[in-house]
Design a protein around this ligand. Sequence first.
Ligand SMILES: *Cc1c(COP(=O)(O)O)cnc(C)c1O
Length: 394
Amino acid sequence: MSLDWISRAERLDALPPYVFARLDELKVRAREQGLDLIDLGMGNPDGAAPQPVIDAAIAALQNPHNHGYPPFEGTASFRQAITTWYQRCYGVELNPDSEALPLIGSKEGLGHLALAYVNPGDVVLVPTPSYPAHFRGPLIAGAKIHPIHLTAEQNWLIDLSTIPEAVAKQAKILYFNYPNNPTTATAPREFYEEVVKFARHYEILLVHDLCYAELAFDGYQPTSLLEIPGAKEIGIEFHTLSKTYNMAGWRVGFVVGNSDVIQGLRTLKTNLDYGIFSAIQKAAETALQLPDEYIQDVQQRYSTRRDFLIEGLGKLGWKISPSKATMYLWIKTPPGQGSTEFALDVLQQTGVVITPGNAFGEAGEGYVRISLIADCDRLGEVLRRFRQAGISYQ
Ligand SMILES: *Cc1c(COP(=O)(O)O)cnc(C)c1O
């Protein structure tokens, strides 16, 4: 029932329409018709969390101390596990009390960070395409977004020289993310050095999203922003347990870096939430301590799927170079077809759900993202359906 005497807050009007809505509608209709949908739309890993993580959660549930409100700032042992993990993976020293904060998933933190730091009218630099929370959070806070256009020609790397001097001088925050969702691009260490230099010069807070830290293949090791000298003075970095550890539904992630900024985010969150259920923090702690073999298995799983799908799509006309990281393929739509049109066409003709690139911002137009969240049997079925329906790149 619609209420005519109350209107939504204006901050909601700032949000661009949700491209997924039409796709969702069609998904519902297809399911109602009994169609066997293959959903490669979201970045939602298939399968359960590792058994030691599940065991740790069950054990923690048996302890009555874990059932009350958790500490606002997260449990001391999870924060310690975070900083130990950072030391082991990147050789970066962090103070577990002031430079690490557990989050109810990194999306929560990315959004709330904007509420803690952005006043209406503040300029925030955000690449396009990008993960929606990187621009939707600032928009809710009333930011004036300056989009940085990423292009295939630049390997989807931010070209700082395209940012006008006047904009750089005004800008308060730069959100960025490598290995990148949705483009699968990776950034060399020199890129991070340049960004740190730029941010220090213009006094811009760097917000780096390293949520694909471990989903890297063929020996490639992603760089942490915090490895760069001086980065901690102007930057923070977000992580999630959703992807590597199949824990997307558990809602747990964390942020590390500059203690002032972390304190600001914590102050806001103290007024909005109570943090993460302690039993889940215990499980997350266990995940960060898993042996390297677990990570290698995950990497193997995704790179096998990547190679399988690249080969199959290759036979249908797509030339795709293997990405060094993430759990996606980012592919061009056939000439003459827009992102939304192509994604809807594929869904209607084959029951396969893929994401139109423009869901990640206007510069994603002309591309679609395919998540590698099904095993090779299912991906083989995707290719069969594509062949049957005549879906190809030509
Ligand atoms: C999946 C994803 C996240 C994860 O968010 P959670 O809220 O931790 O599940 C964050 N950033 C990017 C770029 C992602 O792709």
